[in-house]
Design a protein around this ligand. Sequence first.
Ligand code: ATP
Length: 138
Amino acid sequence: PERTLVLVKPDGVRRGLSGEILRRIEAKGYTLTAVELKNATPDVLAQHYAEHEGKPFYAPLVEFMLSGPVLAVVAEGQGVIAGFRSLAGATDPTAAAPGTIRGDLGRDWGLKVQQNLVHGSDSPESAEREIGLWFPQP
Ligand code: ATP
């Protein structure tokens, strides 16, 4: 079955929303196959966010992702990559539709980086690359 990497970002963990976010993934019918609280490292983040290097929000994004633990999750199921992105809602929490994770639970804190609670892989290639990055096999 298809897999995706979900991260509950430091704002979600700090606000105690990890359980609510996992609940929504499971309630949709996806299977959680790995769940681990982790501290990101600059090296993992440089690889995870390589496509954003050089953008104005890159440094604040990395700093934010290092500001506390993240919950790294692998979810499985038919169409889970697009399905989770649909559950997450638009990148900007103010614009995200009600009913989505970001629309229901996120807000715009007026910061340099969107603290938008979750990350979800955007393609099968990204998913496999990101799962390898966050859950390295010895
Ligand atoms: P989505 O693709 O739904 O936006 P994503 O997490 O994949 O979710 P990316 O475009 O890959 O979003 O950007 C990565 C992260 O960088 C975002 O989730 C957000 O935290 C931050 N970010 C992206 N664009 C901006 C921006 N214009 N201003 C501030 N932060 C941003």
